[in-house]
Design a protein. Sequence first.
Lengths: 169, 147
Amino acid sequence: MIDRRDLELLERIQTGLPVCPRPYAEIGRCCDMPESEVIERLARLKQQGLIKRMGVIVKHRKLGYRANAMVVWNVPDDLVKQLGGHMSRFPFVTLCYRRPRRPGWPYNLYCMIHGKDRATVQQQLEQLAAACGLASFGREVLFSRRCFKQRGAVYKNLATAAETEVAHG
Amino acid sequence: MDNLDKRIINALQGGFPVCDAPFRQVSLTLNITEAELLIRLRNLRANGILTRFGPLYNAEQMGGALTLAAVKAPEDRFDEIADIINAFPEVAHNYARQHTLNMWFVIATETPGQVRQTIEAIEEQTGLTVYNMPKIKEYFVNLKLEA
């Protein structure tokens, strides 16, 4: 369970950690908490999964990742779990989700491949399809054309400072 | 961005230690001084290569809600539709994609009910059907974009 002090802490660090030698001590000063308590609480929140990870979140386009394909597959429902598990183990697959089918949109398994050029992404896609036995299933590849919005550091509230970072670029 | 910047980004995408002197610990694995690491990170942040240096939260565990949604925006109304959708603070990302479903966006809100409300408001303001495709299951990936 998390308490009010945990929430205060999460709110304090949502826009980022201070880049200084003792960042957790600095946060502690703002929350009126000793450094050791900040570390203990953050370690627990990480272990509980509320913090998925700590680290850097990059603007992938600035790193040269411009060929970003969302690949959607129409696979039998009884295979989706197995195929999702298999697919997500490929290092070039950057996200993998099961989602509901919709009228006129039969796809139920989604993966993202972030690449620097389309030819490489196409090759990786063929490799993935062959290795996972996906060749006979319907699929579509939706390359991104333009990024209108990739929300950065400032969130109105805590709950939305979440895992949307790379989401579907 | 030089080789050292790339090594720093690659190392820190894998995680950041929770201990009293975390930058010193990372600098040791990179074979540089703590001071140099701090300078590099400040620069990478100032240049906008890093959008954030800190925690990535689990939205659902925080009580929040997320969904992926898409619309079929007619070519002649494309920019207008993009402006309407981007004006919603609940829309965290929005990408144009090559397909008849040509605009894909992520809605992130504090509660599941607000996702529904946001979708209804977008449908009302655009006159388009919003395809709502929330995740049913996430398969774990080790997300890391090699710099």
